[in-house]
Design a protein around this ligand. Structure first.
Ligand code: GDP
Ligand code: MG
Length: 698
């Protein structure tokens, strides 16, 4: 594109419960848009069958971070957002950088717990959204019921802008409540062609009613529409669209659409709606970061002529190309060959290539502009969450926060040869996935993998085998414990040592105070407060002391796990102009922190999960008593319909290993559940005693 018009860009995510039809819908979107694109290049000989073959490989494309397609002079970047909560990091990072989203719901199941979770995650990021009720061809599909569920569980601001014509195997087409026309999609061309007709007589009354509701609701967002509506003047379609757009991009309205992706009904209308109603980068506006040196706020604008600023939101290691750094550009532009500055790690790096995923091909492009999304090749040190800019813009965008890894497993390679492959593979996974960590167990020397849940780690193990052909021995999953303190303490330590006739000396006095979780912001795990002045310890040592404090907090007094929710204050010290060194202050600090933590009634914390169980009524009692026996606390019991109930509970992760099997045996496989990390909490004293016995042997 030579003329770069930001208003024609859409960076959107598709959020859906597993099986709601995200992949199928995305496929159709790529098909309809890709076909148009290919039609312009007949000489390429891209026949229909070619395309179908590529489509079978689409699984790969969908797992890439973004796919770009063009629809009616708009560039749509689709950002992948997986449905499973074990991959919540993927969801969070997508939400951070996209401008709008489509929630896809199954016409039978409606709003499932996971789509509810993701929807509310998107609320936090104030992402404008539309909803697409898919699978209306399925037996049991009920558009109205799904609308009620959406209004009840997600947002009361949702209203249909379409109605289905028929349902189940009689689902024939779609009524557009804006143009008041019926759309029928031609199955011979896989829905590629469609025709419009007058609304069937038997649906006319219902359609007029629904339109009335819609116009009334959205006239609130546009005065022009309001006056037409109040005065009873004919309302042009464009005016209704404008009002829906205004309501949607300001997060006050959620248009609901319908269709069947599998039967190729409605997807083009969905594409139209993306262009019509979801925000462009201009609508989303400026982003606020802060100056790295002065810490003052900096606002960056979606304007290609400004200085370059972007966020690296995903790293992917590609078999052929190497490391791909996916970036969202917030202002300015970057060209192939440019240098950029990474302010998160203070490194200057060069961009060798810029790639865009177009349908299922990687296209080299020369430049990325404000508002755009693409992948950089060349940078070596840039990681997920880093801010990159032009060298003269000392900007840091707010950090991306990823949840804690709550479980770990130990693995062991079977052969020496495997060890090397294993290490390579694991460091690759670790680079790609900010919620996956690899550590060596200090005592046993084993390799510990930690992640978000059993499924997350199972997939890693499975990938080791499928992609690298290694099958390590795998231990049982363990909970990732943490430590905290439960009272205040003060400690003072001096480090005095004589080495080769030269003395070293430092004295540090600190206090520790327990913090509540809500006293910590921006993903911080602990706080440090320096309460001394340079007459007590000269300023040149302060950084070393602070670093040493945070280091010491990685090694808890009970089980050597990380310590969190502690405020450490530097309240005094001793210094000697001849003998004091940075190293001696580091050691004295580590000693003082360790002593203070031991004196502050340390406690072990465990991960607590949010467990959502959907169960037929007859198993409710068994499910609840099982949860109670697992130290669980029931939050809510909701009636889904006359046969099915939903139970939401907080349960310690350590009690949930093998829950899948347990639940199957309770209910003969008729109960489904999801698990999501909720928080860390101090364990009861008896449990702490057991953990200490197990880990320390006493
Ligand atoms: P995802 O897990 O959300 O990506 O869902 P998929 O697109 O993989 O779809 C899950 C299953 O539902 C697949 O078997 C699809 O063929 C099927 N499916 C998707 N859309 C529809 C639809 O509109 N109608 C029907 N009947 N099945 C659908
Ligand atoms: Mg899928």
């Amino acid at each position: 594109m030579t003329d770069f018009d930001l208003s024609t860009i859409r960076n959107i995510g598709i959020m859906a419960h597993i099986d709601a039809g995200k992949t199928t819908t995305t496929e159709r979107m790529l098909y309809y848009t890709g076909f148009l694109h290919k039609m312009g290049e007949v000489h390429d000989g891209n026949t229909f069958t070619d395309w179908m073959e590529q489509e079978r490989e689409r699984g790969i494309t969908i797992t890439s971070a973004t796919v770009t397609c063009y629809w009616k002079k708009h560039q749509i970047n689709i950002i992948d957002t997986p449905g499973h909560v074990d991959f919540t990091a993927e969801v969070e990072r997508a939400l951070r950088i996209l401008d709008g989203a489509i929630g896809i719901f199954c016409g039978v199941g409606g709003v499932e717990p996971q789509s509810e979770t993701v929807w509310h995650q998107a609320d936090r990021y104030k992402i404008p959204r539309m909803a697409f009720v898919n699978k209306l061809d399925r037996i049991g599909a009920d558009f109205e019921h799904v609308i009620e569920m959406i209004q009840d569980r997600l947002t009361k601001d949702a209203l249909p802008i379409q109605l289905p014509i028929g349902k189940e195997d009689k689902f024939l087409g779609i009524i557009d409540l804006i143009s008041m026309q019926a759309y029928y999609f031609d199955s011979n061309t896989l829905g590629f062609t469609f025709r419009t007709e007058a609304i069937p007589k038997d649906l006319l009354g219902q359609s007029e009613q629904a339109r009335e509701l819609l116009i009334e609701a959205v006239s609130e967002y546009d005065d022009d529409l309001l006056s037409h509506y109040v005065e009873g003047i004919d309302i042009p379609d464009a005016l209704v669209r404008k009002a829906i757009r205004k309501g949607t991009i300001t997060n006050q309205f959620v248009p609901v659409m319908c269709g069947s992706s599998l039967k190729n009904i409605g997807v083009q209308l969905l594409l139209d709606a993306i262009n019509d109603f979801l925000p462009s980068p201009l609508d989303r506006g400026s982003v606020i970061g802060y100056d790295k040196i002065t810490h003052k706020e900096i606002e960056v604008f979606p304007d290609s002529n400004e200085k370059f600023a972007a966020l690296a939101f995903k790293v992917q290691i590609d078999k052929y190309v190497g490391k791909l750094i996916y970036v969202r550009v917030y202002s300015g532009s970057i060209k192939k060959g440019d240098m950029f500055w990474n302010h998160t790690n203070d490194k200057k790096e060069r961009v060798a290539r810029i790639l865009q995923m177009h349908s299922n091909k990687k296209n080299d492009i020369d430049e990325l502009h404000a508002g755009d999304i693409g992948a950089l090749v060349g940078p070596k040190f840039t990681a997920t969450g880093d801010t990159i800019t032009s060298p003269d813009l000392p900007l840091l965008l707010s950090k991306m926060n990823f949840p804690d890894s709550v479980i770990s497993i130990a693995i062991e390679p079977k052969t020496k040869a495997d060890l090397e492959i294993l290490n390579d593979a694991l460091s690759k996974f670790e680079e790609e996935d900010p919620t996956f960590h690899v550590n060596q167990d200090k005592d046993t020397g084993q390799t510990l993998l930690s992640g978000m849940g059993e499924l997350h780690l199972e997939i890693i193990i499975d990938r080791l085998f499928r992609e690298f052909n290694v099958k390590p021995n795998v231990g049982n999953p363990q909970v990732a414990y943490k430590e905290t303190i439960t009272s205040n303490a003060v400690a003072e330590e001096q480090f005095v040592r004589e080495l080769n006739g030269k003395g070293t000396f430092a004295g540090v006095k600190i206090s520790v105070t327990p913090l509540r979780e809500n006293q910590l912001k921006d993903g911080k795990r602990n706080l440090f407060d320096n309460l001394i002045d340079s007459t007590i310890i000269p300023e040149e040592f302060w950084t070393a002391i602070e670093e040493s404090v945070f280091n010491a907090l990685n090694d808890g007094p009970l089980i050597n796990s990380t310590v969190e929710r502690v405020k450490v204050s530097l309240i005094g010290g001793l210094y000697n102009p001849v003998d004091s060194t940075e190293a001696s202050f580091r050691i004295a600090t580590a000693m003082a922190v360790g002593k203070a933590l031991r004196g502050a009634n340390p406690a072990i914390m465990e991960p607590i999960m949010l467990l959502t169980v959907i169960t037929p009524e007859e198993f409710v009692g068994d499910v609840i008593s099982d949860i109670n026996s697992k130290r669980g606390k029931i939050d809510i019991i909701r009636i889904q319909n006359e046969h099915v109930q939903e139970i939401v509970a907080e349960v310690p992760m350590s009690e949930l290993f093998g829950y899948a099997t347990r639940v199957r045996s309770i209910s003969q496989g008729r109960v489904v559940y999801t698990l999501e990390f909720k928080k860390y909490e101090v364990v009861p004293p008896a449990i702490q005693t057991n953990i200490l016995k197990r880990i320390r042997g006493y």
